[in-house]
Design a binder for this molecule. Structure first.
Ligand SMILES: Cc1ncc(COP(=O)(O)O)c(C=O)c1O
Length: 467
C-alpha cells in the first residue's frame, strides 16, 4: 500500500467508527505531517482519495470536512428480543422483483449493477474460443465439484487473500443462490431454527419458507453489523441449527463487520458446533485498500460454508457461483448431484479462461472505482432531492445504500407510486420476515449513472415530500 493510501485508510477508519464525527474538520496538513512523519503531498493525496470516496469535502479556504450524511446517523439495531417466526414473504418479493425486470423501468430497486460495467464482449471471446476446445467427454460427464480449471482459479483467489482452500473442496454451483440453498439443505431440516439478519437479503427468508424451517431474525446495526453479545445470549436461549449471514457489505445496509468481530463470530459458532453459511457475493467490491477477509478466513474447524459468485462482479447471466463448505463438502456435493447435477460447462470453461488471462483484477479495479464514484453521486442526489431528515448508510463497498425515513413513512406505497413513474425501489419490508422496516428502502447506485438517474432521484424526492 502506498503511504497516502495507508493514511487515507487510517482516517477513513476514524470516520467509520465516529472517532472523527460527521461535519467536523479534518486535522490540518501541518498537524498530520508531523503526526505521521509524511510529506505535505502525501497528506493532500490522502485527502483527495477520501474526497473521491465521498467521505470528505474540501471547503474553500477552510479545509476538509467530513460529509454530513453518514451511517452514524443511522439507528442502532433494535434492542427488543427477537422471537422465532414462520416466514411468508415470497409473494411480496415476487411482486417487487417483477418491476425490476422491465427494461423501461429505472432499476434503483435492482439487486444487480448495470451489465454495462461488465467486460461481456471480452467474456464472449473466452466463451467462443474455449468452447471449441472443450473436452467432449466433459459435456456429458461433468459432475460436481465442477470444472477443475475454474476451481483452481478460485483457489488461487483464496490464496491471494491468505486463506488457502483446496480446489477439491470448492464446489461450483448455479450462482451463489444455489450454493446458499444447498448449504442450508445440507445442515438443517424442516422445523429447524435458522438465524438470519434483520434487515437482511430476502433469499434466506424464501429458502426458510420453502424448506419449512423457522427464522430467528437478529438485528443488524448500520455501524458494525451484528451485536455479538446479544447474539451470543440468543444462541444460549434458542436451539439454533444454522446461521446464515453476510459479514461484508451486507445486503441491504452495506455494513461490514470488523475482522476481529468475524473471528469472534466464528469462534462462538464453532464452539457450539453451529454451521455458518456465509454469503460473500459483494466481497470483491470493496472501496478500501484491500478486500476485507471473510469469516471463513478464521475457520479452523470447518464450520464455515463460504459462498460467492461471479454474478455481481463479472458475469450475472452466466450463473456461476461456488461454495467452500468446510466439513460439509461431501453433503453439499451430493445434494448438488441430486438437484441440478452441474453448472453450465461452457460458462465454467469461459470464466476459467477469462481468469487465466489475468484481466479480472484490472476489471475489478475499474469497477470498484466506478461504484465508489457513483456512491458519491447518489449521496449528492439524496442531499439535493430528499428531505434533510432522511438517514442514509454509507457503505464501504458493494452498490446499495439503505435509507430510513421518519416513522410512519410507507415505502411500499412509495414503491407503487414510483413504479407508475417508471422507477423501481426496494422497499424495507422485503428485507424482514415480520415485514418490518416499512419506513426504509434500499437504493442501488450501481446502474449506469446518467441524466435519467438524476431525473429519477428528483421525482422520488418529490414523491417522498408529498407523503
Ligand atoms: C446478498 C446476495 N446473495 C446472493 C445473491 C445471489 O447471487 P447469484 O446471482 O450469484 O445467485 C444475491 C443476488 O441478488 C444477493 O444480493
Amino acid at each position: 500500500m502506498k503511504r497516502y493510501e495507508a493514511l487515507a485508510e487510517l482516517i477513513a477508519a476514524d470516520i467509520r467508527t465516529g472517532t472523527i464525527p460527521a461535519g467536523s474538520k479534518l486535522p490540518s496538513v501541518r498537524k498530520l505531517r508531523a503526526q505521521h512523519q509524511v510529506s505535505a503531498s502525501t497528506v493532500f493525496e490522502a485527502y483527495h482519495r477520501l474526497e473521491d470516496r465521498g467521505l470528505v469535502r474540501a471547503r474553500e479556504r477552510s479545509g476538509y470536512f467530513v460529509l454530513g450524511i453518514n451511517q452514524h446517523a443511522m439507528p442502532q439495531a433494535s434492542s427488543a428480543a427477537p422471537q422465532p417466526a414462520q416466514v411468508d414473504i415470497s409473494q411480496l418479493v415476487f411482486a417487487i422483483l417483477g418491476a425490476v425486470q422491465d427494461r423501461n423501468i429505472l432499476p434503483l430497486g435492482s439487486a444487480f449493477p448495470s451489465p454495462k460495467h461488465f467486460p461481456l464482449p471480452r467474456l464472449a471471446k473466452s466463451l467462443a474460443s474455449s468452447a471449441r476446445f472443450i473436452d467432449p467427454w466433459e459435456t456429458v460427464a461433468s459432475l460436481p465439484p465442477g470444472h477443475l480449471a475454474l476451481r483452481q482459479q478460485i483457489a488461487l483467489r483464496y490464496l491471494g487473500l491468505g486463506m488457502p482452500q483446496a480446489p477439491e473442496n470448492i464446489i461450483i454451483t448455479n450462482g451463489a443462490l444455489e450454493a446458499l440453498n444447498l448449504c442450508l439443505a445440507a445442515v438443517a431440516q424442516p422445523g429447524d431454527l435458522i438465524t438470519i439478519e434483520s434487515p437482511g437479503f430476502y433469499a434466506p427468508l424464501q429458502a426458510i419458507e420453502r424448506l419449512k424451517m423457522r427464522a430467528l431474525e437478529i438485528p443488524v446495526s448500520a455501524q458494525d453489523g451484528l451485536d455479538l453479545d446479544a447474539f451470543e445470549s440468543l444462541l444460549d436461549q434458542h436451539p439454533v441449527k444454522a446461521c446464515w449471514l453476510m459479514t461484508s457489505f451486507q445486503n441491504p445496509m452495506g455494513v461490514s463487520m470488523s475482522e476481529q468481530k468475524k473471528q469472534r463470530l466464528v469462534q462462538m459458532l464453532s464452539a457450539r458446533q453451529i454451521p455458518l453459511i456465509e454469503d460473500d457475493v459483494y466481497g470483491e467490491l470493496y472501496f478500501g485498500a484491500r478486500q476485507p477477509l471473510p469469516a471463513k478466513a478464521f475457520d479452523t474447524d470447518g464450520w464455515v460454508m463460504h459462498c460467492s459468485s461471479f454474478s455481481k462482479c463479472l458475469a450475472p447471466g452466466y450463473r456461476i457461483g461456488w461454495v467452500s463448505p468446510g466439513r460439509f463438502a461431501r453433503q453439499v456435493e451430493q445434494l448438488k448431484l441430486m438437484t441440478t447435477l452441474s453448472a453450465s460447462v461452457p460458462a465454467q470453461v469461459a470464466i476459467a479462461d477469462y481468469l487465466q488471462t489475468g484481466a479480472f483484477d484490472k476489471h475489478l479495479r475499474k469497477l470498484r472505482h466506478t461504484l465508489e464514484s457513483q456512491l458519491t453521486l447518489m449521496l449528492d442526489a439524496i442531499r439535493r432531492h430528499f428531505p434533510p431528515d432522511v438517514r442514509v448508510s454509507r457503505p464501504q463497498g458493494g452498490y446499495f445504500v439503505w435509507l430510513e425515513f421518519a416513522a410512519g413513512f410507507d415505502t411500499l406505497r412509495l414503491h407503487r407510486q414510483a413504479a407508475e413513474q417508471g422507477i423501481s425501489i426496494a422497499p424495507g419490508p422485503i428485507f424482514s420476515a415480520c415485514r418490518q422496516f416499512q419506513n426504509c428502502m434500499r437504493l442501488n447506485f450501481g446502474g449506469q449513472w446518467n441524466d435519467d438517474f438524476e431525473v429519477a432521484m428528483k421525482r422520488l424526492g418529490r414523491l417522498i415530500a408529498e407523503q
